[in-house]
Design a protein around this ligand. Structure first.
Ligand SMILES: *[C@@H]1O[C@H](CO)[C@@H](O)[C@H](O)[C@H]1NC(C)=O
Ligand SMILES: *[C@@H]1O[C@H](CO)[C@@H](O)[C@H](O)[C@H]1NC(C)=O
Ligand SMILES: *[C@@H]1O[C@H](CO)[C@@H](O)[C@H](O)[C@H]1NC(C)=O
Ligand SMILES: *[C@@H]1O[C@H](CO)[C@@H](O)[C@H](O)[C@H]1NC(C)=O
Length: 318
């Protein structure tokens, strides 16, 4: 008899225990994910669910960004002029407390909490810890100085970690590139790779400010130009000018006359007084290059006149 009563009570005790545990755990708010890194200007959905025991009816649901009460209640974000126009409650009065915040700015980086109030005095819940929102912009990180031939990696940076599935878009000047990663690798960079690089995230308007990639290189296309034809009369001179393409600009120009081992002059221009083949060497921090030689010929009347006067002088002195 005693045994049978106990047997009958056991399931009841068990049931009551479950009921109590269940009740205590029945209040809650959960955010998935609880941390969001979002791009400036985007719309952010903060997914949220909540639970409360049976027998309660929801009176009020709202979001707040402070865990400090003002006049015995947390301030409702939808009454905040900074948020009221941008906030949209997508949830319900049952279990879904999802919210959307549009056109986010850096100032929205914050922890947000969901609050619900039921019809019973003890039936209130504050969903702390909340969901943390971190807003980022984008910027291109590139090396300070790049020389032709280097392998260069540009990175599209954000101040918080965006999802691994994020697709990036890269531009050089106004042209879009094929790279879809946050890193843009330029192997053996050429001077043509110089330009303004910017990045964005697929599906978002936000674009990073452009960053100028400055590719430096040694002088090239070194050439000499002459004032006039290169034929001069004795006593006159011809101005030779050395020009080239160089980044940074040429540090020094050196002038040579073919078949002579030492330099005949320096500076971007050189006055040639004698016949011969002249060339220049342009040099910057990265190297040097020589030009082709140009021919300067000294001849003409004065030349012969002088020869005659020389001869006559020679004759006279004899
Ligand atoms: C909550 O509501 C949002 C918006 O209607 C919906 O996208 C989401 O799937 C819902 N979440 C749950 C857990 O029901
Ligand atoms: C956002 O992320 C940055 C970088 O991790 C961190 O320094 C900052 O404290 C975060 N802001 C918030 C509100 O969590
Ligand atoms: C971003 O993620 C990387 C690796 O997953 C981690 O090392 C880094 O600390 C994270 N940065 C931030 C700002 O959370
Ligand atoms: C590139 O760098 C070189 C060397 O620092 C500098 O002289 C040059 O002005 C730079 N060019 C541009 C367009 O910024």
């Amino acid at each position: 008899m005693v045994i049978s009563v106990r047997m009958a009570l056991l399931p009841l005790i068990f049931l009551l225990t479950i009921e109590r545990v269940y009740s205590a755990a029945d209040w809650g708010v959960s955010y998935t994910p609880s941390y969001i890194c979002a791009l400036k200007g985007s719309s952010v959905i903060m997914s949220c669910t909540y639970t409360f025991p049976n027998g309660y009816t929801i009176k009020k649901v709202f979001w707040t960004k402070t865990d400090v009460q003002v006049n015995n209640e947390f301030p409702d974000l939808s009454n905040d002029p900074e948020y009221s126009q941008r906030i949209q409650y997508l949830g319900d009065k049952q279990q879904n407390c999802t919210i959307r915040l549009n056109d986010v700015t850096q100032k929205d980086s914050h922890e947000y909490y969901f609050r619900f109030i039921t019809d019973k005095p003890d039936g209130k819940w504050f969903g702390k810890p909340g969901v943390t929102l971190n807003i980022t912009d984008l910027h291109v990180e590139s090396p300070e100085s790049v020389t032709e031939g280097d392998t260069v990696s540009l990175t599209c940076k954000s101040t918080c970690n965006l999802s691994d599935r994020t697709t990036f878009i890269w531009w050089k000047n106004t042209q879009s590139l094929t790279e879809r990663n946050n890193k843009l690798l330029l192997q053996s960079v050429r001077r043509e790779d110089a330009g303004r690089y910017s990045c964005a995230v697929h599906g978002h308007k936000l674009t990073s400010p452009p960053v100028y990639l400055n590719v430096t290189y040694s002088p090239r296309n070194v050439s000499v130009s002459m004032s006039g034809s290169g034929e001069i009369v004795l006593g006159d001179s011809v101005t030779l000018t050395c020009s080239c393409d160089s980044n940074p600009p040429v540090l020094n120009y050196t002038w040579f006359k073919e078949k002579e081992s030492s330099a005949v002059g320096s500076g971007q221009s050189y006055s040639a007084l004698q016949s011969g083949f002249f060339y220049c060497v342009a040099q910057n921090q990265h190297g040097s290059q020589r030009s082709a030689a140009v021919q300067v010929t000294v001849k003409g009347r004065k030349d012969t006149d002088l020869m005659i006067s020389y001869k006559s002088r020679i004759i006279f002195s004899m």
